[in-house]
Design a protein around this ligand. Sequence first.
Ligand SMILES: NC(=O)c1ccc[n+]([C@@H]2O[C@H](COP(=O)([O-])OP(=O)(O)OC[C@H]3O[C@@H](n4cnc5c(N)ncnc54)[C@H](O)[C@@H]3O)[C@@H](O)[C@H]2O)c1
Length: 410
Amino acid sequence: MNDFIIINEKNPMTENGYRNGVSKNGHSNGSIKVDKVNGANGNGAIELERPIVIASPRPAAAPKEQRAQLSGVGVVGLGYWGPNWVRNLHQSQAAKRIVACDLDQKRRTHVSELYSDLETTSRFEDLLNDDEIEGIVVATPVGTHYAMAKRALEAGKSVLVEKPLATSSEEASDLVKTAREKKLTLMVGHTFEYSAPVLKMHDIIASGEIGDVFYISSVRANLGLFQRDVNVTWDLATHDISIILNLMGGREPEAVSCQGESHYGHGVEDVAMLTLRFERNVIAFIHVSWLDPDKIRRTTVVGSRKMLVYDDTAPQEKIRIYDKGVTAQKYYDTFGEFQFSYRYGDIQIPRIEEKEPLFCECEHFVKCIKNGETPNTDGVNGARVVNVLEAANYSLRRGGLMVPLGAALR
Ligand SMILES: NC(=O)c1ccc[n+]([C@@H]2O[C@H](COP(=O)([O-])OP(=O)(O)OC[C@H]3O[C@@H](n4cnc5c(N)ncnc54)[C@H](O)[C@@H]3O)[C@@H](O)[C@H]2O)c1
């Protein structure tokens, strides 16, 4: 059963994010009434092109499945992000052997000191030539993704490429084609598509509870980490695009525009604003920045019936469903009679069982290799995000021109 906590607007939150009378574990201490009600229902669902799993009562915990395990797995790139892969592969016992590769001796030493049974190498070829290695995680800089993934697939290895899949739609579709020809798993590291709040939002929207989606607004801003080889759209907006396409049930935008600016030289934009136009007047805005005083990770979805806010920086209660809306009077004779009525209803906080998204992604990668299943974030999913990024960057070079998706961008 999906429980929600409902907060009545008359009893606002305290500054520390908790309501008076509600303890941090969500239980009422009696001074203010907090209702626990059953999960969402809804009608008037938006039409989605892909079959969607509707939020339903969770089944009782099943007996633990035997974990899939590979004979060997490789990780290339042990900079900022790669060690998180090593940790999750290790913790999930994904493979009998984990071989980690980086050109930099210091990075190899750093990870091998953490895990005594980890093998390391400076040569990518060692991963490619190792018959026991079934899958390789590519966590090197974005500009190297295509070449490394291509070599790995050609060597007969399944591949997980960190986001974004590649730096052009041409490269992305070539990787999809190569993986198909070789009958290998190609997955992209769209981590947020494995996070519980995003999956929850997807289910809420698909259930029709918030009505038709009017617009989505997403902000991903903080101070740093500046990248050298790609701008802030390829670095940060990749996450928002993958989240938005997921929430839209895989529906792609019809056109994209982007404006941005570089303030620290090399022409690498550190701040950008993207607009994605979908059919039926749905619009999405993405603001990304490496130059912001605050860390903001916030996605708002405004629907015809309700509104949804996802704040990934919140320690808990990351999603809120606002029963707020506007109704325009259908018939009126004079402008004086024309008016809107505003609805200020309850706020629901769905209960979410959080698990580290990368751990889920890691288990999914291993399972897909073992069972030959298509990953949720497969090469096609990765290529869709690259198509949007490519169109956005074409627009960026042209002062924010609205670019139809799928147009030849040469
Ligand atoms: N999914 C997420 O949430 C998430 C978060 C951060 C970064 N990333 C992605 O992870 C990737 C790596 O990002 P990062 O911030 O860790 O970069 P980084 O620059 O910190 O690390 C890259 C590492 O790759 C190594 N490397 C480069 N070329 C190599 C080669 N040919 N052979 C072996 N090693 C090589 C470098 O020595 C370096 O240690 C990027 O694609 C980035 O977009 C994903």
